[in-house]
Design a protein around this ligand. Structure first.
Ligand SMILES: C[S@@+](CC[C@H](N)C(=O)[O-])C[C@H]1O[C@@H](n2cnc3c(N)ncnc32)[C@H](O)[C@@H]1O
Length: 301
């Protein structure tokens, strides 16, 4: 769920995955604070988990990895009906600009098969379809309630199922995608990868379903690389976001999870390495709003 884009930090900043690039090198803000959810204050983020161990955490809470998908489903099942309005409110509309930039980056073309994983209520799918009306767009998401909201939005817009030129809506897990190998020209995942239990399994699945030469794109919250913006963003997200969640959606915990899960997600360069390890080449990262969000991309080889 897009959160907190400070207007002053809106413009994209380069963050090519040349390891050790100056803007990336002061990236960590870990201070070894113990896990603990509610009441976490700005500037006390716990360390990010070692690669491959993200499934052991639900936000700052340590869990058994088998618990993660049901907990995540619980969050999105609970917020589904308020998800779109909360996005606008929390990000002051900035998530729309990030998503526009993301889809510009994808540059979908007529006739392509496009898969939007963790597609939720369809923000990316609708944009893909607008840019390439003749493309075959499929949404796949873990949470049925999110998919239902997306499908209802499509119906409200007069869009129908894919056979008739609309979008296909599927419930499924990014780690075990219900699609045949080498069937997609592009794979997108926006604000979804941070929620999966095993990031590397999801990346392997992305590679499996892509055709050779297919393109991978991930839009996700990342690590803020501008110290003053980082402090402001931490203060905003820890102090204000859960309160907003309580006031508007009647659900403080889900928005506390949002804030914490962002701090658990791999930083830009670390994610680049894992995308490469999954079998992608030409892997690049492009920061948005000073690293509040980041677009990662790569080619399937
Ligand atoms: C923050 S929402 C993003 C929705 C949409 N992509 C957007 O940008 O507005 C995250 C979505 O990821 C989905 N999700 C979480 N874990 C998933 C998984 N393992 N496989 C597929 N979808 C998942 C959730 O159900 C939720 O709809």
């Amino acid at each position: 769920m897009p959160a907190g884009g400070a207007p002053s930090g809106l413009l994209p900043t380069g963050a090519g995955c040349g390891y050790g690039a100056g803007i990336m090198s002061d990236a960590r803000i870990d201070n070894g604070a113990p896990s603990g959810a509610a009441g976490q204050s700005a500037g006390t983020n716990p360390p990010r988990p070692p690669a491959g161990e993200e499934g052991r955490f639900f936000g700052f809470r340590e869990i058994d990895p088998t618990e993660k998908a049901p907990l995540v489903q619980g969050v999105f099942g609970s917020v589904a009906s308020k998800y779109d309005v909360m996005n606008d409110l929390m990000s002051m509309g900035v998530h729309r600009l990030w998503k526009d930039m993301f889809v510009d980056h994808v540059n979908p073309r007529a006739g392509e098969a496009l898969l939007d994983v963790a597609g939720g209520t369809g923000d990316i799918a609708f944009r893909l379809k607008k840019k390439a009306p003749d493309a075959a767009v499929t949404v796949c998401d873990l949470t049925e309630a999110m998919v239902r909201v997306g499908r209802d939005r499509a119906i409200d817009q007069g869009q129908v199922q894919r056979e008739a030129g609309g979008i296909d809506w599927t419930v499924g897990n990014a780690e075990t995608l219900p699609f045949t190998s080498r069937s997609m020209d592009a794979y997108t995942i926006a604000f979804g990868l941070r929620n999966v239990t095993h990031i590397d399994k999801a990346l392997a699945e992305a590679r499996r379903v892509l055709k050779p030469g297919g393109r991978f794109f991930c839009l996700e919250f990342s690590h803020v690389v501008i110290p003053v913006l980082r402090d402001l963003y931490d203060a905003y997200s820890f102090n204000l976001l859960p309160k907003l969640g309580q006031m508007v959606a009647g659900d403080r915990d889900s928005y506390q999870y949002l804030v914490e899960s962002i701090r658990r997600f791999p930083e830009q360069q670390a994610l680049c390495r894992r995308i490469e390890a999954a079998g992608f080449t030409q892997v690049k990262a492009r920061n948005l709003s000073g690293g509040i969000a980041c677009i990662h991309s790569g080619w399937r080889i």
